[in-house]
Design a protein around this ligand. Structure first.
Ligand code: SAH
Length: 228
C-alpha cells in the first residue's frame, strides 16, 4: 500500500481535499494511507520553537535542522525505503513521470516547510529531495504536498474507475489531451464536430490524435514530439 507521511506545522490540513472524491474513496478503501507528524511536537524550549533568525541576517525565519531531523527520525522506521521529499520552489519541477514512479513505490515522506524555508544542513543530512510544483511562491509546503499526493494517488492501481482513463490523459502519450464534447449536440449555437458523431472509430482516433498534436504544438511546443 502507498503510505504517505507528512511532516507539517498544520496537520489538520491533511487529508483535506484528498479525503473527498476519488482520493477520499481510495483512502477509505485502504488503497493508500495518510499520516501526519506535527513538527511542533519536536520544538525546543518552553515555546516549542521550530524556527530561528537566519544566520547572516535578513528577513524572516528559518526552520531549525535539529527540530526537523528529530521529527523525521521519530516518524520513520529504521530501513524505511520511501523517498523523502522537501517541498521547495528550488526543487525539481513535478512531472507525470515522477508521480508515476512514486505511485508504483511504497509511498512518500513529505516535509512541508514554512517561513523562509529550512536550514540547508538538514537537506543533505537526511537525504531530502527538493520538489517544486511550479515557478511561484506558496506560503507553505502543505498545498504543494497535496498536489504531489493527488498526482500520485490517482495513479495507484484500482483508484481510478476505468484503467483506461489515465492512459489517455495529457502527458501520458507525451501530448496534451484532445478536446472533449458531450450532450447536448448543439449548445448556444455551437455544434459537436461531425466526425465524433460518425461512429467511425478509426477516423475518430485519427482526428483526436491530430487535435492532440495541434494543441501541443500551439500551447506547449517544448513537449511537441519533433522537439524532443
Ligand atoms: N524563501 C523561499 C520561499 C519560502 S515559501 C524562497 O524564496 O525560495 C515557504 C515554503 O513553502 C517553502 O519552504 C516550501 O516548503 C513551500 N513552497 C513555496 N512555494 C513552493 C513551490 N512552488 N513548490 C513547492 N513548495 C513550495
Amino acid at each position: 500500500m502507498f503510505a504517505a507521511t507528512i511532516l507539517t506545522l498544520f496537520p489538520e490540513m491533511f487529508p483535506g481535499p484528498l479525503g473527498l472524491s476519488l482520493a477520499g474513496d481510495a483512502l477509505s478503501r485502504g488503497l493508500w494511507s495518510c499520516q501526519t507528524s506535527d513538527i511542533r511536537t519536536q520544538g525546543v524550549g518552553r515555546h516549542r520553537a521550530v524556527d530561528d533568525t537566519p544566520a547572516g541576517g535578513g528577513p524572516g525565519m528559518v526552520m531549525r535542522a535539529d527540530v526537523l531531523a528529530a521529527c523525521l527520525d521519530a516518524a520513520l522506521d529504521p530501513g524505511d525505503a520511501r523517498p523523502r521529499l522537501l517541498m521547495s520552489p528550488r526543487g525539481k519541477p513535478l512531472t507525470r513521470d515522477m508521480a508515476r514512479e512514486w505511485a508504483d513505490g511504497p509511498g512518500l515522506v513529505i516535509l512541508c516547510a514554512r517561513f523562509e524555508g529550512v536550514d540547508e544542513r538538514v537537506i543533505a543530512a537526511r537525504n531530502l529531495t527538493e520538489v517544486s510544483i511550479g515557478d511561484y511562491i506558496l506560503s507553505g509546503g502543505e498545498i504543494a504536498a497535496l498536489a504531489v499526493l493527488d498526482a500520485c494517488v490517482r495513479l495507484i492501481p484500482g483508484v481510478m474507475g476505468k484503467a483506461q482513463s489515465a492512459a489517455q490523459e495529457s502527458f501520458e502519450s507525451g501530448l496534451l489531451e484532445y478536446p472533449h464534447y458531450t450532450r447536448p449536440r448543439e449548445w448556444e449555437g455551437r455544434t459537436i464536430p461531425e466526425i465524433l458523431l460518425s461512429g467511425d472509430h478509426a477516423r475518430i482516433a485519427q482526428w483526436r490524435h491530430e487535435q492532440a498534436v495541434r494543441i501541443t504544438q500551439e500551447r506547449r511546443p517544448d513537449l511537441a514530439p519533433d522537439k524532443r
